[in-house]
Ligand binder design. Structure first.
Ligand SMILES: [Zn+2]
Ligand SMILES: [Zn+2]
Ligand SMILES: [Zn+2]
Length: 359
């Protein structure tokens, strides 16, 4: 970055920084300057000149190429689809954040300086933080489903780097379809309108290939789901919920856990509890029926009439809305007593009170 650019960046502090205009790219901070040095190096020396948006689109194209059923999807393809999709998400979300204000791509915007931006010696924010800032600061609407899919993708990438592949091709494909769909929409609505004609032309071919590939992946997912609805999932709406692995409503719950018919992932009740309990702490998740710590409040069954239900992932007990109150002693969800005048008290609090009365 030239001293001119630095002083211009300095003057722009606290002011909305628009995407570089034609011919003005050298006078304002640019996203490629904002990519941390480790990330830039990981792209390989030859790629350092890649402007971020074409770079993100190039990653997307790689994702659909790797997930091309026509050429076969091998474990190696799954690996690179996950890595490149995560890289695309990171680059594209941050490109938009950068347009809002360059300091927002820093892990801690309060410590952002033009100097660290210029020499790339800063830590950039996580994908999750980028999404949060896009929602809260740039007021971009990102659905909860998309947030979940982006989070699952980031988890996949981390798991992949530490433990190798943990999901099968079907799960990755279904999840990739959600994130790809989101990123293509995000490009159309938030990024492409601000590019110069020449820049748009540069990525047109990759965008077309990405859109085509996305349609193929989506239709693969849809066809498979339609087939399942006709057989394995038929008549199971009351027990079928969203699979945390593939994001499809194909997980049939039963006592002890469940199994997804889309991606074939088998789940224990404990593993499911991580996904279907709100963050109120495990000490509040005891099932009043079986005593296991697997009472879930976030299970969303396909059947629309089953809403606001507490469901035990271990014993499959169901507690419809209005049947559980809050324990007067500790606040955990607990069944209302038969005697209307009696207060709601969980087993533990009843025991504590009895013990105190004995003293
Ligand atoms: Zn699944
Ligand atoms: Zn139970
Ligand atoms: Zn209690």
């Amino acid at each position: 970055m030239t001293p001119d650019a630095l002083s211009s960046a300095h003057q722009n502090r606290g002011v909305r920084v628009e995407a570089p205009e034609k011919g003005a790219s050298g006078t304002r901070p640019r996203l490629q300057d904002a990519m941390p040095v480790n990330r830039r190096q990981s792209l390989g020396q030859g790629d350092l000149d890649f402007p971020p948006i074409p770079n993100g689109v190039d990653y997307l194209r790689s994702v659909v190429d790797h997930l091309d059923e026509a050429t076969g999807v091998k474990p190696r393809d799954i690996k690179y689809a996950v890595l490149h999709l995560q890289a695309a998400a990171e680059v594209l979300l941050k490109a938009r954040l950068f347009r809002e204000h360059w300091s927002l791509v820093f892990k801690d915007p309060g410590k952002a300086t033009t100097k660290t931006l210029a020499d790339h010696s800063f830590e950039s924010c996580t994908t999750a933080a980028a999404v949060e800032r896009l929602r809260n600061i740039a007021r971009i609407s990102v659905s909860d489903q998309d947030v979940k899919a982006l989070k699952a993708l980031a988890d996949d990438r981390n798991a992949l780097q530490h433990f190798g592949l943990t999901h099968n091709a079907r799960a990755v494909e279904a999840r990739a379809a959600v994130v790809l769909d989101f990123l293509v929409r995000f490009l159309d609505e938030e990024l492409l309108p601000h590019l110069a004609d020449e820049e748009v032309r540069e990525i047109t071919q990759d965008m077309e290939r990405t859109r085509g590939g996305l349609t193929t992946i989506q239709s693969f997912v849809t066809k498979r789901m339609n087939r399942l609805r006709g057989n394995a999932l038929k008549g199971q709406d009351g027990s079928t919920t969203l699979c945390p692995s593939c994001g499809q409503f194909a997980l049939i719950l039963a006592a002890g856990g469940g199994r997804c018919h889309f991606c074939s992932t088998g789940w224990s009740s404990g593993a499911l509890a991580e996904h279907f309990q709100s963050d109120w702490g495990t000490e509040q998740c005891e099932c009043p029926a079986c005593g296991a710590w697997t009472l879930a409040d976030l299970v969303d069954f396909v059947s629309p009439e089953i809403a606001e239900l507490h469901y035990c992932l271990e014993c499959a007990a169901r507690f419809p809305a209005g049947t559980l109150g809050a324990c007067n002693g500790c606040g955990v969800p607990w069944p209302y007593p038969e005697h209307e005048a009696a207060q709601v008290l969980c087993d533990h609090c009843q025991r504590d009170i009895r013990a105190q009365e004995l003293h």
